[in-house]
Design a protein around this ligand. Sequence first.
Ligand SMILES: [Zn+2]
Length: 440
Amino acid sequence: MIGLGKQHKGLYYITRQQNPHLVHHVNRHSSLWHQRLGHPSAAPLQALSKSIPEVVFDFSNNCDVCPLAKQSRLPFSSSLIKSVAPFDLIHCDIWGPHRVTSHSGGSYFLTIVDDYSRFTWIHLMSFKYETQSLLKSFFSWVQTQFNCRIKSLRADNGAEFISMRTFFDDNGVFFQHSCPSKPQQNGVVERKHRHLLNVGRALRFQAHLPLSFWGESIQTACYLINRLPTPLLSHKSPYVMLHHNPPPYTHMRVFGCLCYATNTHPIHKFDKRARRCIFVGYPLGQKGYRVFGLETKKFSTSRDVKFYEHVFPFSTQPVDYDDDTTIPVLPLPQDISHSPDDLIGPDDTSFSSSVDNSNISNPSPIVSPDINIHDNPQLSPILHIREHHQDLSNQVLVVPTSPSEPQLRRSNRVPQPNIKLRDYHVYHANLLEPSATSAT
Ligand SMILES: [Zn+2]
């Protein structure tokens, strides 16, 4: 909407009292903050806009990603906070496995929620047995950083937690585990999982990223949720509840957007001075941005980044989010006709000098820099992202060949039935010629 007007002889005349540019400006920035913060509902944005002048909020904000990504939330009444101080009680649970491995090789993530502040930490894991070492590191980290000890831990009856009874006893931790077949008793972390997945889906959908980016999506979702006000905490954020001061917001950018990271090590004088990337999150404990190079196919961290927050390189065509097969990325438009306002340089970023406690010396961060996720870097400029476990055995690849080209080697792989059809009985249908059937 750019303004209100009255119709006169088939034309609409905008009322002079309104400033159309101002209305458009507010709506556009409201939508931008909605995307930067992981598609929150109206309440957190409204609370933030009152205290943070940079955060613009408009009630008429309309988003197409939210309905795709979110589902109904459970009422807050069943998750009352009973602890009186941080780390009196933490809730733990393991999510997964996911059928697609993340770029760092993770199939699970361990979630830890502080009952008092509702601050959340997640750790991607390749195997469930990593839980014990991660929890022990977390206990040590809390004691060092906050000078307090975790008093109680609540989890379900997972073997990973039950097997730590000795550790809990030695450290004087009261271990509360839910009754068999009663996962509702671990409801705090169950609801947190739902919230994390809602926001993670929204981030991935807005950026049109392949499913293999779920690790980056869920880590960024956790980062944002910790910094958003919630009615459960009297419209304070978990960050404020834990650190007693507000987190910075001005450095936040839209997940999955196009960005250019400065090439700090050019090979020669005529080498490129920037790398074309997408923004995939906030590195823990580092002052910069985590980016994924569209040409190098590597993850890295860079502080000198210029963003185009309205351009999503992976958004080329409608994507079936459940069918995460090869997703082509069309070449970027040659002329990015955005105003200079869209170009945000590193000088505009301001980071807090406070310790970011979402970094708990994460033993298994999302990805380590410079991980090459592709075995073959000699791909065409059109980027192809393919799942690790994608089953292509039933797909027919039609390759146009000329008589002069050598014959391709036939695969020795034993054909497997499509996993998506395992719940169905499929029969081959034969098309009969009309002459073969009786006309009587
Ligand atoms: Zn939204």
